[in-house]
Design a protein. Structure first.
Length: 214
């Protein structure tokens, strides 16, 4: 993470720490587990069934926007969801297989820009690193670092060794407007695969957005 992006993050963390006992109210302004096929407020939405549950996705070189209006007065926003990284993500690897980048924006402000790797690490072999839970490109972590669940079933290739990893994403940032657009997207590279979406993709579930009044 460069110094420019680090300073706002430090400010938010400090603000949350100093105001922990001063939060006046927290309101859940959006919640969706997609089991009812509800795509209200979502642009670019598609619902599939993965591992017995409905999810928003899957995406490859695409994404979605969540558009919220009429928010109560607030000072901060918390966005949380389960992020499923399906199949052969290559993390920080360079062309033609990577890097495999995932990003989240709030009102055009980029809050997450990172990579994920589903590489299986064998003793004595090099593992394609990922940036998560840090920012791409100047961070190198082992594959699946920070995952809440690993070795979940693949989304497409039943015999693929990579499977799926699930990450619980939570991001809190300063925000006061009455409307909010949360955008999630990827920049996946796998040019040597005829079916790129089958090779690597992502989906989300259990999205929640909360407004915080200090």
């Amino acid at each position: 993470m460069n110094r420019k992006s680090l300073l706002p993050a430090i400010f938010v963390i400090s603000l949350l720490g100093s105001c922990k006992d001063k939060i006046a109210s927290t309101s859940e302004v959006y919640s969706n587990d997609f089991e009812t096929n509800n795509l209200n407020n979502i642009t670019g939405g598609a619902i599939e069934t993965y591992n017995g549950s409905k999810v928003l996705g899957r995406y490859n070189n695409g994404g979605f926007s969540l558009n919220l209006t009429g928010l109560p007065k607030h000072d901060m926003i918390t966005v949380s969801f389960d992020l499923y990284i399906h199949d052969s993500w290559d993390g920080n690897k360079v062309n033609p297989d990577g890097p495999d980048i995932w990003e989240m924006f709030g009102d055009d402000e980029k809050y997450i820009s990172t990579t994920f790797s589903n590489t299986t690490c064998q003793p004595g072999y090099f593992c394609d690193p990922q940036s998560y839970p840090n920012t791409y490109p100047n961070n190198y972590n082992n594959p699946k670092t920070g995952a809440a669940m690993i070795d979940l079933p693949p989304a497409c290739k039943a015999t693929a060794p990579n499977g799926t990893s699930m990450y619980r994403i939570t991001k809190t940032f300063s925000h006061t407007d009455g409307s909010l657009v949360v955008k999630c997207m990827d920049k996946l590279r796998q040019y040597n695969e005829p079916d790129q979406k089958c090779d690597e993709s992502w989906s989300v579930d259990n999205i929640k957005v909360k407004s915080i009044k200090l």
